[in-house]
Design a protein around this ligand. Structure first.
Ligand code: ATP
Ligand code: MG
Length: 457
């Protein structure tokens, strides 16, 4: 793997992974360094200790060896360390007189030590030559009165040194692993603590996007607070731009209305003239389409749904009170029957203006086409509120229920209307992620249903 793709991947990784990688590398280097230096220091230290012990023992040995004038040697008493008496214990000594007698420790039941070791000023680590495997040896020489050389050699099995080092390394490794785990654990806690403001920012932005909160609240660390301030300024400016665009759209529509009314008037007159009837009718049709389009876009521009992040919420069932009273006046011969769970008080993440508009469109349709009754019901399930409006009118065919959402579509010209209601309702529902559906009632008529996300308490 080349370095670049890895760096590319790293720069795309989350801050949490970056910190984690840094901590892992840091802990691995630190703990590895401690492990290496501690084992080296300990090895050196324990070797020196073993060497000192050998020096001491060989000096004691030399002191205990009695050399006669004829070069005969004898031990005045055993060495103080009992391990030199234990058979094959790993602790051995040997005294040799050139071309003469050899004395060996009781522990050395077999083998011999190399006399040459006595000529070296250093402690020698030998892989072979020890009676029971690799050994550490040391020795020196002295002259007997007749001029011959005595070799004093002492040996300890290297396995004692190795097992002391291995025991220390094992214990050290276990401790350092525990330390590494503790450091990584605290590192993870530190990351979580340090990144808490970013998590908070993430939640605030999610709330902002869903329209539940605005602007970004609270105090943030100095590193991110300029970002939050800029974002808040951007949000305010964005609202101002939308507001200006809305006003401009409204103004444009109003400006067009009067000339359009004059054109429609002229077209009507033309259509009454036998010579221009066809032209007049065609002009009138186009005028109707233009009026429809203007009304639709004006309604959309007015809708707060344009600024999805108004941050306002609607309280159910309270929002229905003014709407039902208006509908009862508008359709006095119809019964609006409203049912909701007792004591219900739920906030939904929809601007009250938009939810009122959406519900009014459906209530108005139900009011226009119902024979007598419109049943409105609210139900709370999980994190949603479901609003259902059922009328007992003539209903629509499945195809009509799909087509009804298109701008200007009307199937019954006996009732007043411009065919824009459902198109606007669908737009508002889409902006807020509300499920809007029409379905046929088994007993005739239409049920319009809205599934709206409730805001968390
Ligand atoms: N509850 C209903 N029962 C029967 N037909 C309906 C019902 N709701 C809508 N429709 C049909 O769908 C068409 C489109 O409805 P939509 O609300 O878009 O327009 P409108 O009510 O005719 O006019 P506007 O709502 O713009 O005043 C209606 O003209 C009507 O034919
Ligand atoms: Mg309508």
């Amino acid at each position: 793997m080349t370095g670049r793709p890895f760096l590319g991947k790293l720069s795309a990784a989350s801050l949490r992974s970056r910190f984690l990688i840094a901590i892992l590398v840091w802990v691995a280097l630190g703990i590895g360094g401690i492990w290496y230096s501690a084992t080296s220091v300990f090895t050196r230290h324990i070797e020196l200790q073993y060497h000192d012990e050998l020096y001491g023992h060989v000096r004691e040995l030399a002191g205990l060896v009695d050399v006669g004038k004829d070069g005969h040697i004898a031990l005045t008493r055993p060495l103080s360390d009992p391990r030199y008496l234990e058979p094959m214990s790993g602790f051995y000594w040997q005294v040799t007189v050139d071309r003469g007698q050899t004395l060996r420790s009781a522990s050395m039941r077999r083998g011999r030590l190399d006399d040459d070791v006595a000529h070296s000023p250093q402690v020698i680590h030998m892989v072979e030559g020890g009676p029971t495997g690799p050994a550490i040896m040391y020795g020196f020489t002295r002259l007997v009165p007749d001029g011959r050389v005595i070799h004093y050699v002492i040996a300890t099995d290297k396995r004692y040194l190795d097992s002391a080092i291995a025991g220390f390394t094992r214990e050290l490794t276990a401790w350092l692993m525990a330390l590494a785990a503790a450091l990584i654990g605290t590192g993870v806690l530190v990351i979580a603590f340090a990144l808490r403001p970013l998590n908070r920012l993430g939640v605030a932005i999610a709330e902002l996007r869903s329209g539940r909160r605005e602007p970004l609240p609270g105090q943030f660390p100095s590193e991110i607070s300029p970002l939050v301030d800029d974002l808040n300024i951007y949000i305010v400016e964005n609202h101002a731009i939308i507001e200006r665009a809305r006003v401009a759209a409204g103004n444009l529509a109003h400006c067009l209305r009067t000339p359009l009314a004059i054109i429609a008037d002229e077209a009507e007159r033309l259509s009454e003239d036998p010579h221009g009837a066809a032209h007049g009718a065609s002009l009138l049709r186009q005028c109707d389409i233009m009026v429809q389009q203007i009304d639709y876009h004006l309604a959309r521009a007015r809708s707060a749904a344009m600024a999805k992040t108004s941050g306002r919420t609607s309280l159910l069932p309270d929002i229905f009170t003014p709407l039902l009273s208006a509908m009862r006046k508008l359709h006095p011969d119809k019964v609006f029957d409203f049912k909701h769970p007792a004591g219900m008080q739920v906030n939904v993440a929809v601007d009250p203006m938009d939810l009122s508009e959406l519900v009014s469109i459906l209530l108005d349709n139900a009011g226009k086409w119902a024979k007598l009754r419109i049943a409105i019901s609210l139900a709370e399930n999980a994190d949603k509120v479901s609003i259902r409006l059922a009328d007992d009118g003539p209903g629509m065919t499945p195809k009509q229920m799909v087509d009804a959402f298109a701008i200007g579509t009307r199937f019954d010209s006996t009732k007043p209307g411009s065919g824009l209601g459902l198109a606007i309702a669908r737009d508002i529902a889409e902006v807020y992620g509300i499920d809007l559906a029409l379905e046929a009632n088994p007993t005739g008529g239409i049920t319009a249903s809205l599934d709206v996300r409730a805001t968390p308490h």
